[in-house]
Design a binder for this molecule. Sequence first.
Ligand code: ATP
Length: 412
Amino acid sequence: MIEAVGLTKRYGAKTAVHNLSFQVRPGAVTGFLGPNGSGKSTTMRMILGLDMPTSGHVTIGGHPFRNLPNAPRQVGALLDAKAVHGGRSARLHLLSLAQLAGIPARRVDEVLGVVGLQDVAKRRSKGFSLGMGQRLGIAAALLGDPQVLLFDEPVNGLDPEGILWVRNLMKQLAAEGRTVFVSSHLMSEMALTADHLIVIGRGQLLADMSVQDFISTNSADFARVRTPDTAPEGREKLTAALVEAGGQVLAEPDGALRVTGVPLPRISDLAHDADVRLWELSPHQASLEEAYMRMTQGAVDYRSTVDQRAGLQPADPYGYGPGAPAPQGWAPPAGNPYPALAGERPNPYAQPMPPQAVPQAAPGYPSAPASQGMPPAPAVPPVAPAPPSTPPPGAAPAGPADLTKRDSEDAR
Ligand SMILES: Nc1ncnc2c1ncn2[C@@H]1O[C@H](COP(=O)(O)OP(=O)(O)OP(=O)(O)O)[C@@H](O)[C@H]1O
């Protein structure tokens, strides 16, 4: 097990990790998520004794990494796949690592086979593709057959087959009772691989819970309801009935309704009672990506702006450039696209939306409370008010310290 207690790392004025406490347990794949620059690599480096914490501590099996006897036999890690001597062959690179750790040479050939590099084992690694380098890094992590494994972005550069292989490898390692701690920005992949999540933002813990709990805590399930396009009055009638029944209704860009606060069978009954035919009535379950975006949107340091191209391009021949009229039914995202859910603990990083950005509800639909910063459709609607809930188990306490304020520079 990996255990961090009050882990903090400062680089000069920059606080990369602040008071982080968590446990990574054996027998599960634990995903380590956070926006760029949130402190994941720094945390992993501290776990591996490559960086010293400014305060707090982290242990593996109860010991700091540096005190572990024969650490490479106990802990394997892939931090930076490019950190190899490019002039050495893959085999020689692994052999030198094996010799340093007292691992028999035959293990080198085993791991080369496991990662699928046996045919290029004698090639210099500087000629390797990104994916091949990644496989070599994974081979190095597996070399000592360790009980604890850390992978920083292991699927970076891998082809679909490689990604599937890594997914199965992680699961298999965890099923063997090992501790597997893996960072990734690929939410779809994490959803398929991880059992448990530790999410950080600006160096602080945002969540420590199972993938399922994370999704249900940070997203709202809703129903998509569609009435015949040919009978708009049916849509109006149904909307009125749903609102009367306590539901929240928003128009989707394709004309469907997004309904929260009314269970599916009840929606069906209401449509039947109102004599409205339905073309669609389907449950929508949020994805990990949606839940992650909602949780971390206020903790993102690096955001893209629209490329105005400073007039460098000739006139847009298709009329889709900046200033062109938006397609019908489409509304640009404004302000916070992931407003707090009813009953959700407040996102400590959420930034309030400026009043002028608060959109109006579509005509004929209930307007959202301005305090929730509701964006126009197709953003997630508010749900019926619910009493405030207690934070979920493992969730980080609300009200982080001052360092949540955005740092203007990157010290690195
Ligand atoms: N050696 C260093 N000196 C100064 N600042 C550093 C150093 N290492 C990391 N930082 C800073 O600490 C912060 C956290 O960086 P870190 O690499 O841990 O983030 P990350 O979550 O791994 O990011 P990414 O997802 O982009 O890999 C960043 O602002 C980074 O610039």
